[in-house]
Ligand binder design. Sequence first.
Ligand SMILES: [Zn+2]
Length: 353
Amino acid sequence: MTSLSVVDTELTHALPKIELHAHLTGSISRHCLHQVWQKKKSRDPDLALEDPLVTIPPGKVDFNVKTFFPLFSSYIYHLCDDLQSIIYTTESVLQSFREDNVVYLELRTTPRAIPSNSITEAQYVDVILHCITVSNNINECTHTSTMQTNLILSVDRRNTLEEAYKVIDLAIVRKGKGVVGVDLCGNPEKGDIAIFRPAFERAKEAGLGITLHFAETRASATEDELRELLSWRPDRLGHVIHVNDDLRREIVKRNIGVELCLSCNVHAKLTEGSFEDHHFGWWKESGVGVAICTDDVGIFESPISNEYQLAATHFHLSKVDLKKICESIVDITFANEREKFRLRSIYSNVDWG
Ligand SMILES: [Zn+2]
């Protein structure tokens, strides 16, 4: 039986955790990106890409909406542009979450075609699913409290409706084979999200879980946009920052789970003030499932155990509070009933003191 005493870093590390909002590429550590770069540089001394440790210096976490998204489109995607790099980085991400005692992970990624290496969106998704299957099987051979992973496919706000349908259809044919849901993500200052409604309707009809980046910045938090997103009947919402009282009540009434990312929000200045001002304080009392998540641990350098520690410190969480939070997260996963049963068993075996 896992024994937990005071809420300290040892406890938040040892605590079996569920991560529901982690972008695959944003979760790759700088060190891992550096290794990919080194391999490429040794094969091609003329490689034009700069060393990741120079482009994204360790310790730099003050990325904002203007600097964050180009980092991926202009840099990281170019570095991870072949199957070998995609496999290497995915395995590294899975390993990092496992070492931080994550017992259930929903990783998300936007299907990416890489024509320069003849990789289609479907191949991209399948190679990641293969890494996940290998990882899940390794764990099954050991013992029950180890990590299981599922995949969420993301529609990017800059996509066309046709591209969005492609993502949804990729997810539908892989439902039951590792894909459990779909997401809307991307630069909150771009795109007209209303065009995606029929694509997400198709996902809903197919029984996929739906999670949406919601009110991340003021630009993506107009009443029209938020009402439109809620009309898609999402199961979960990510960030939920610029949300007025009416909409908060609506979310609670519908019992929609929320995915909150403290370090990302504070460092990127998506929220005002510091950690103690974060809206986690409001949601933890709301009655809906509240998942503490990393978003992009590779960029913000705060593993999920540290996110739990930040929440515990700034919101004075007791072990009883942590128990309530952990159990509420099980209910809002997109896992099947067998997996939810496993997760509940894991938490029932924790000695909460
Ligand atoms: Zn996100």
